[in-house]
Design a protein around this ligand. Structure first.
Ligand code: GRG
Length: 295
């Protein structure tokens, strides 16, 4: 099977799993639950749960204990998109090819839908403890997930991004923002998958480094697409960084250099994957595909 077909098949598998963990839309808080599911079900590449699943399987993981974590990482990611699109942040009207959550449900419900998904992510991940109470990796997997999302991970990175908006920023500050804002969830995806399937400790450290590089290359590619893409291609508005007076990798280094650096950093990620004690051809192709993605 070629990579594109394998990707399609795997994304379909991931979507089926995610759907099982969404909250039923019922009760007095029905609108909130609808708003949460609206954004969870609107497109998206499902990269993080996909990377988590493939890493888990690469080390021989076979049980369903990975599923609540896959759903949790996609909920956390979707929460970040909903909040990033709010008027107080990027104030964007389109995401994943549809109107953003706050545009459809109003700003207050948009804030709550993001909060709801972030909290429900942990409720969902904690279901793994009921599924396999004696699983030795669960505590650490849960801790990786929470740390990489929080003030020393994605939310910490976003706070620096917001604070420095419109200001001249150094390469060091930009690296910090990208490593935390974008890289942390990718690191978590690889590390949780590995931890739950009992991968060796050295591999866990290496996967963190690989995740950092994938995240950096992915974010630079996102900056490039923000300049070169269109609403139709991206499913979200292009030129959003310019609108928000953001310093990005492209504004610092220019388009051509940014393109070259994406290739080089992705190469580093691939080289890291090659040093792991287990190999998976699909994961390698996924990293290469990410560099050439158009959305
Ligand atoms: C805590 C509010 C808050 C934000 C955290 C992650 C983030 C910071 C903001 C979201 C917007 C953004 C530009 C994030 C950088 C990472 C990135 C390129 C996200 C888009 O991820 P994709 O391409 O999205 O995987 P899909 O829609 O395919 O799931």
């Amino acid at each position: 099977m070629n990579f594109e077909a394998e990707l399609k098949e795997n994304v379909a598998r991931v979507k089926t799993i995610l759907r099982r963990y969404l909250p039923p839309e019922e009760g007095f808080q029905k609108t909130l639950l609808e708003a949460m599911n609206y954004s969870m079900l609107s497109g998206g590449k499902r990269l993080r749960p996909l990377m988590m699943l493939k890493t888990y399987e690469m080390y021989g993981g076979k049980s369903r204990v990975i599923e609540p974590f896959m759903a949790a990482i996609e909920m956390i990611h979707t929460h970040s998109l909903i909040h990033d699109d709010l008027p107080a942040m990027d104030n964007d009207e389109y995401r994943r090819g549809r109107k953003t959550t706050h545009v459809v449900y109003g700003e207050a419900m948009g804030i709550l839908a993001g909060d709801g998904l972030l909290n429900y992510a942990y409720e969902t991940a904690s279901r793994a403890f009921e599924m396999e109470p004696d699983h030795p990796g669960l505590g650490e997997a849960f801790s990786i997930l929470t740390r990489k999302t929080g003030i020393y991970g994605m939310i910490g990175g976003q706070s620096v991004d917001v604070e420095l908006e419109g200001k001249k920023i150094s390469r060091e500050q930009l690296d910090f923002i990208y490593r935390l804002k974008t890289g942390a969830l990718i690191e978590a995806s690889l590390m949780v998958g590995a931890k739950l399937s009992g991968a060796p400790r050295e591999d866990l450290a290496l996967l963190e480094e690989i995740g950092t590089n994938i995240g950096l290359a992915f974010q630079i590619q996102d900056d490039i697409l923000d300049v070169t893409g269109t609403l139709q291609m991206l499913g979200k508005p292009a030129k959003s960084d310019e609108k928000n007076h953001k310093t990005t990798y492209v504004t610092i280094k220019g388009l051509e250099q940014a393109r070259e650096d994406v290739e080089e950093i992705s190469e580093k990620a691939l080289e890291g994957l090659g040093r792991l004690s287990c190999q998976d051809e699909f994961l390698r192709s996924l990293v290469t595909w990410l560099i050439h993605r158009e959305n």
